[in-house]
Design a binder for this molecule. Structure first.
Ligand code: ADE
Length: 225
């Protein structure tokens, strides 16, 4: 998978890709991330990428031209499956969207700033608009990092243990059950006995029950879906 990220703040986005699972995925050539600084696509001498809003109103708007130049250039180089705009008024990211996007070959992620982008960018280029939650961030970069993390870990081969993404919370619309490791007893705080019974059907049954119970208590909305 190839991800092209268009941003005015590439430095804000680099560190998540320089550590941990994301770095391993890049090093193993399972994913390639390319950053494009919008200021490199400006034609004015101040390299400005934003301007005031027609009709009046507070806040600056990201202009069409630099975004058009950047996306149009990328589109001459390869076909893109999706051109995603990170915005608080997009569809809220969930596991099913992450699963879907993780199967794509080439995607562009455009990070918004200030009040957002000129509507014509959305009308002409954007195929999908994603929010990471009902709150407003100061830019789309952190949202893009969240989206990339959620999709990259789903690419086959990225997680060491192939089954581990399948047992994550949300994969079957259930939250994950409680988990424990050694020791069995810490200060009298005990691990449920069933987990070291060696009876795997019983363990599986316990986990399913716990996952259901937890989902019912914390996220009953998931059970309705
Ligand atoms: N940009 C600003 N707020 C955002 C959000 N909640 N999700 C995605 N991108 C954003």
């Amino acid at each position: 998978m190839r991800i092209d990220i268009i941003t005015v703040l590439p430095e804000l986005l680099k560190s998540p890709f320089e550590a941990s699972i994301l770095k391993r995925a890049i090093d193993a050539n399972l994913v390639a991330i390319h950053f494009h600084n919008l200021r490199d696509y400006t034609s004015n001498k101040y390299k400005s990428i934003d301007d005031t809003q027609f009709g009046g109103g507070a806040g600056m708007i990201m202009m069409v031209e630099p975004i058009d130049k950047c996306i149009s250039k990328l589109k001459t180089e390869r076909n893109y499956d999706d051109i995603i705009y990170m915005t608080p008024d997009g569809e809220t990211l969930n596991q099913s969207i992450a699963n879907h996007i993780s199967t794509k070959e080439n995607i562009i992620i455009l990070c918004g700033h200030y009040k957002g982008v000129d509507q014509r960018v959305r009308d002409q280029f954007i195929t999908r608009e994603i929010s990471i939650g009902d709150y407003v961030l100061s830019g789309g970069e952190l949202g893009a990092a969240v989206l990339c993390d959620a999709i990259i870990r789903l690419i086959p081969g990225v997680l060491g243990n192939e089954t581990s993404a399948l047992t994550d919370s949300f994969q079957d619309n259930l939250l994950a059950p409680p988990i424990y490791t050694k020791p069995r007893d810490y200060k009298g705080w005990k691990v449920p006995k069933v987990l070291f019974s060696g009876n795997f059907p019983e363990i599986e049954k316990w986990r399913e029950e716990q996952a259901y119970k937890r989902t019912k208590e914390r996220r009953p909305d998931l059970l309705d879906e």
